[in-house]
Design a protein around this ligand. Structure first.
Ligand code: HEM
Length: 426
């Protein structure tokens, strides 16, 4: 029997293989044009509604009671009850009013103003990363940019934000790298994810919290969390452990991907890279376009709590609803010439940080890390070239790279490059 023409599209967005070599943007665009809220099959479990337009993703995100993050969690795969319970302890998978109570004390700690104060530290971390990368590249002829350069920034930043002792930062970095490897289906195969790095990280954080309770409060996130009430009571050390893992998880892969996919995008558009070199004030706009064009996360899921209608689809209570950021970020109704990478795009209302109730708590930190990292990268290296094929993650959720080999040349150490620190006019 001949397969119907649209057969591959019926489970496309659930299939990690469909994203293994490239993002199927053309097929997604066709689906969005034909059925803006499209039913997707999944093998061995119920399928989901894929929400593909910008307008409808915003609509779902802004109705957290109708579209619950907590009921079925935020990933499209059904989870067993134990994993679901663990996920529900994360801010990302809480519903109001509990979500509001947990998020409130953290909002100030992650505000733009507080994050801006971290700029000198972030710049100095970036400079250390660039010096180390220059050494590796000159010794080996190339560096693997994802792990040897980009991955170093987010864990180091979170470590300092939480006030971890300097000598523990390397350990945190190694645990975070193991944790990422454990969520890469290509690496773990059918055995499923290895949670041991997360458990070890939580144990470390529990001991750290216990130690810090015995000391005078400091100016860091740990003191703020230990001194705040969440939903009427303080966090226990165990809660602190799981919150710590959550911050590392949320901020690590996503930021690493923004930096590595960002460089990849710029290398594919050398004229725009040259423009950034000649005018670094364009970097914040370039970071936004990187986030739109190469959004680090393809989607998050919700579960409908009542029957409703969305984009012409009759959704039933209990149905899975997937907000597809990759599709929304290239919706031609919102973005002109959406497939074009354009660092001058303005306005750029991409949804890579979500929107509404669960809008990314780390948004100001991520933007700051993106800007400072590219400022320092371009100032440090007069020549950057891809030296081998990039390898993508095989994942329907993480839209990132596993490998990006590059050679870095014409190194200019910080005191001799043009950017001399946070006093720049940005
Ligand atoms: C480029 C980097 C990042 C991207 C693309 C990103 C993306 C997202 C997205 C899509 C959401 C969910 C939005 C929703 O469900 O509506 C989210 C939530 C969240 N992000 Fe980020 N994120 C990034 C960096 C960070 C960083 C650096 C941190 C913290 C260190 C962080 C912490 C969080 C937290 C705690 C939440 C849950 C917020 C809530 O449920 O209220 N993220 N992020």
């Amino acid at each position: 029997m001949t397969e119907p023409v649209d057969a591959p599209a019926r489970g496309l967005l659930a299939d990690p293989d469909a994203f293994a070599h490239e993002v199927p943007h053309e097929a997604i665009a066709q689906m969005r044009a034909e059925t803006p809220v499209a039913w997707q099959e999944m093998t061995g479990q119920s399928g989901f509604w894929a929400v593909l337009t910008h307008e409808d993703v915003v609509r779902v995100s802004r109705q957290p009671t109708l579209f619950s993050a907590s009921t079925g969690g935020v990933v499209m795969e059904d989870l067993d009850e134990e994993s679901l319970e663990m996920m529900r302890m994360m801010l990302l998978a809480m519903d109001p009013p509990r979500h509001i109570e947990y998020r409130r004390p953290l909002a100030e700690a992650f505000s733009r103003r507080v994050m801006a104060g971290l700029e000198p530290q972030i710049r100095s971390i970036c400079r250390e990363l660039m010096s180390a990368a220059a050494e590796k590249s000159s010794a080996a002829g190339e560096v693997e940019f994802v792990h040897e350069v980009a991955a170093g920034l987010p864990t180091e930043v979170i470590g300092r934000l939480m006030g971890l002792p300097e000598q523990d930062l390397e350990r945190l970095h190694l645990l975070a790298e193991r944790q990422t490897a454990g969520s890469d289906p290509e690496i773990v195969g059918d055995a499923g994810p290895d949670h041991s790095a997360s458990v070890e990280m939580a144990m470390y954080a529990i001991e750290f919290a216990a130690r810090r309770r015995g000391e005078a409060p400091r100016e860091d996130l740990t003191s703020l969390i230990l001194g705040s009430d969440f939903d009427g009571s303080p966090m226990t050390d165990v809660d602190f452990g799981s919150f710590f893992v959550q911050l590392v998880t949320a901020g690590n892969d996503t930021t690493r991907t923004m930096l590595s996919s960002g460089l990849w995008a710029l290398l594919a558009h050398p004229e725009q890279l040259a423009e950034l070199r000649s005018d670094p004030r364009l970097i914040p706009g370039a970071v936004e376009e990187i986030l739109r064009w190469a959004n680090p996360l393809h989607y998050f899921r919700r579960t409908a709590t009542s029957d409703t209608e969305l984009g012409g689809a009759a959704i039933r209570a209990g149905d899975k609803v997937v907000m597809h950021y990759t599709a929304a970020n290239r919706d031609p109704a919102t973005f002109s010439d959406p497939d074009r990478f354009d660092i001058h795009r303005d306005p750029n209302p991409h949804l890579s940080f979500g929107i509404g109730e669960h809008f990314c708590l780390g948004v100001h930190l991520a933007r700051l890390e993106g800007r400072v990292f590219f400022e320092e990268l371009l100032a440090a290296f007069g020549e950057i070239q891809q030296s081998g094929p990039a390898v993508r993650l095989r994942s329907n959720l993480n839209n990132g790279l596993r490998r990006l080999p590059v050679s870095l040349g014409d190194f200019r150490p910080p005191d001799r490059n043009m950017l001399n620190g946070p006093e720049q006019d940005h």
